[in-house]
Design a protein around this ligand. Structure first.
Ligand code: ZN
Length: 342
């Protein structure tokens, strides 16, 4: 199994670049490196590369390291993880409009000195790794599209069976990701940017009511809860494309874990179950078609991950609810919400 991680942390710029440097960015990159080294899944030498300072000075250097990491992926078991921490910008007046990532040689308002996310996406899509995850801790990361082939970006590469995940520090209409450290985090994470600091806190602490692996869904839920407890951070965003919430990314370090035992009962339980683990228990949910309908209505009114889950459940509902009476019970819950725009 080939696991490759590339962490890019760009916190220092030329003095006349007009760009503000932040020590939190390079501290975050180092902390990702420490977390990966501590994780038995990722700990073997050569699996993780951390680029910052001179190593992240040019777009050429970053892209060569990215292509090296992407080339290691050969099959469905393989994982490519790319983390970017730094400044992000968005230019509308380039083809299609693109988020751009800063490198050490970037200048403010000079898009050609930045690394277009188009090139980063292109390199990640070319990887044959079965799971490709891009974590972006930068401004305008809310505007990054899906990594998968349904993305509006042209130049479709990779195959449809490949799972992808884009996890961004900001969501909705919030463009600015904070680079100021969060004092609520334990040392040394109180020197990181808030999104990365909280993400790394969840990795370090683990999640007690969870299995041996931290899945994409668990990580997202854990970060949401950890950031909400501070009461000052914007909500992050996760986009999945042919990847399930149940895909394992890290080892769960929580002590005294209690794997989730009882079957979800309420609407709340099911929404959480789906957001953490994807559709693994969908057949059980569909045994209660009216509850399933209400859960879909709830998911439809949620964030992008929830709305995406609702579509996945809807696509499978007709097959799983083979009895027309059951389908009517399910649909009776959804139809009023659709008509009422609720
Ligand atoms: Zn915080």
């Amino acid at each position: 199994m080939a696991l490759r991680a590339l962490v890019i942390g760009v916190g220092t710029y030329e003095a006349n670049s007009g760009m503000s440097g932040y020590p939190t960015i390079e501290t975050s990159a180092r902390a990702y490196g420490d977390a990966l080294a501590r994780d038995p899944r990722w700990g073997d030498a050569g699996r993780s590369v951390i680029l910052s300072g001179d190593a992240a000075y040019s777009a050429d250097g970053v892209m060569r390291a990215l292509h090296d990491a992407a080339a290691a992926g050969e099959g469905p078991e393989d994982i490519l993880l790319v983390v970017y921490v730094g400044h992000g910008a968005y230019w509308k007046d380039v083809p299609g409009g693109q988020v751009h990532f800063a490198v050490g040689s970037s200048y403010q308002n000079e898009p050609w000195t930045w690394l277009s996310s188009w090139y980063v996406y292109r390199a990640i899509r070319q990887s044959r790794a079965g799971l490709k995850v891009l974590i972006t801790d930068c401004c305008y990361s809310n505007l990054l599209p899906h990594l998968g082939p349904e993305s509006p970006l042209p130049g479709i590469l990779g195959t449809r069976s490949d799972g992808t995940c884009v996890f961004s520090a900001v969501s909705g209409n919030v463009h600015n990701a904070s680079a100021d450290a969060c004092a609520n985090l334990p040392s040394p994470l109180d020197g990181c940017t808030p999104f990365s600091g909280h993400l790394l806190n969840v990795l370090g602490q683990g999640m007690s009511e969870h299995d041996d692996d931290l899945t994409l869904g668990a990580l997202r839920a854990g970060i949401d809860e950890d950031m909400q407890s501070c009461g000052v951070h914007d909500a992050p965003r996760m986009l999945l494309n042919d990847a399930s919430e149940a895909a394992a990314l890290f080892t769960n370090h929580a002590k005294g874990r209690r794997p989730p035992g009882r079957e979800p009962q309420t609407e709340d339980d099911w929404v959480r179950e789906l957001r953490l683990y994807g559709e693994r228990k969908l057949r059980s949910l569909m045994l209660k078609p009216d509850l399933a309908g209400r859960v879909v209505v709830r998911l439809k009114s949620g964030d992008e991950q929830s709305r995406d889950l609702a579509s996945r459940v809807e696509r499978r509902a007709a097959t799983l609810l083979a009895n027309p009476v059951d389908f009517v019970r399910y649909w009776r819950e959804i139809e009023p919400a659709l008509l009422g725009g609720a």
